[in-house]
Design a protein around this ligand. Structure first.
Ligand code: ATP
Length: 239
């Protein structure tokens, strides 16, 4: 067992009916760093995230979380073990306030004093959410809604945070804000797996990267190295 790894995924295959969505995908997330999977529309990024979070059952493959085999585990079990997903499209309860959404993030916890401390911490991390605490989430801007989604996940106290396209649809200035927050969360000791179409930002803030095409990993390496590869530059960076 490799204790440097937050997540080790081997030969993961997921199908929708008989249609393969991801095929024998293997990758790892090291502790103490941000790992990214970059892929374009329909490459299979969300399928990987849903399978890791227990929302889809793989037909093949194994997933180890901090050395513990969690293949096929239920979503609530995975949350208890520290794996928390921020889904694509935020999935907020839009008719509930920001504060109520954040409370829901801690639904599996009973350590009231610690929950209060974590709430204070996320409001420090996301100052606009303090101002909008009693506002209905549906009334916030896209960037602020993404903040709520990440903050809600932080309320579950993740060891490993899975972020599914957190920058999609955001204005460039807001992309930078979200990228800074992801880096802060990582520095504070949360391991991060980020899947993105935005290769530029993903490669900039991550240490290790994988390129996913048509459900298969086609390239892997240090993010800086991949950002410098002509293949990646041509296909993903518009250079
Ligand atoms: P996007 O960036 O558009 O979210 P993605 O990389 O997350 O794309 P997935 O959503 O994982 O890609 O989809 C991978 C493949 O599986 C695509 O071909 C998609 O059409 C297909 N797919 C996704 N969800 C379903 C579903 N519920 N039923 C059937 N096929 C699906």
């Amino acid at each position: 067992m490799n204790t440097d790894l937050a997540l080790q995924v081997n030969d993961l295959t997921v199908r929708y009916g008989t249609v393969p969505a991801i095929e024998a995908v293997s990758f790892e997330v090291r502790r103490g760093a941000i790992t990214t999977i970059v892929g374009s529309n329909g490459a299979g990024k969300s399928t990987i995230m849903k399978a890791l979070a227990g929302l889809l059952k793989p037909v093949h493959g194994h997933v180890a979380l901090y050395g513990d085999d969690v293949t096929g585990s239920e979503p609530d079990t995975l949350v208890r073990k520290g794996l928390v997903l921020v889904p694509e499209g935020r999935r907020l309860f839009k008719s509930m306030t920001v504060g109520e959404n954040l409370d829901l993030g801690a639904y599996q916890r009973t350590d009231t004093a610690e929950i209060r401390r974590d709430l204070e911490r996320v409001l420090e991390l996301f100052p606009p959410l303090r101002t909008k605490f009693r506002t209905l989430s549906g009334r916030l801007s896209g960037g602020q809604q993404q903040m709520v989604a990440v903050a809600r996940a932080m309320m579950a106290r993740p060891r490993l945070l899975l972020l599914d396209e957190p920058t999609i649809g955001l204005a460039p200035s807001m992309v930078d804000v979200i990228a800074d927050i992801i880096q802060t969360i990582s520095r504070e000791g949360v391991d991060v797996l980020l899947v993105e179409q935005n290769a530029e930002i993903a490669l900039e803030i991550s240490a290790q990267a994988y390129i996913l095409e048509h459900g298969e990993i086609v390239l892997r390496g240090a993010s800086g190295q991949l950002a410098g590869s002509p293949e990646v530059q041509r296909a993903y960076l518009g250079i």
